[in-house]
Design a protein around this ligand. Structure first.
Ligand code: ZN
Length: 125
């Protein structure tokens, strides 16, 4: 019944992907940049966990005190985590990475409205 080459059957409008993009103001882009930076800080701290474990194992192996290193790492982790959890979405003004009670830094979009923190050329995805 339907032929794939029929020009009258194809939609004349642009693809849906372009209609989903919304131009963002400079203020919104600045907030998204802060959110992206805070997320990167926590993820870098998370990825250095093996280095921390190796340092603790080395210090324990030498019989040295690890309390300073532990406190410093926990303080750094807590600081980055709190900094990320208090970030508010510029669109819906909810916590960007907290849906209910727990911080989830892995998604790159708002937990409530889906605004992407990695924008392309000033357009939200
Ligand atoms: Zn949002």
């Amino acid at each position: 019944m339907s032929s794939p080459t029929g020009p009258a059957q194809q939609p004349a409008e642009a693809p849906e992907k372009d209609t989903l993009r919304v131009l963002l103001s400079d203020q919104v882009l600045a907030v998204l940049k802060q959110i992206k930076r805070a997320r990167s800080q926590l993820l870098v701290c998370f990825m250095t966990l093996p280095l921390y474990v190796m340092a603790v194992a080395g210090l324990v192996g030498n019989g040295q005190d690890i309390s300073v290193l532990m406190l410093a790492y926990m303080a750094l982790y807590a600081g980055f985590g709190i900094n990320l959890s208090v970030k508010r979405c510029p669109r819906c003004h909810q916590q960007f990475f907290v849906k209910q009670y727990f911080l989830n830094p892995f998604p790159r979009k708002c937990a409530h409205c889906g605004l992407h923190c990695h924008h392309v050329g000033g357009a939200a995805m």
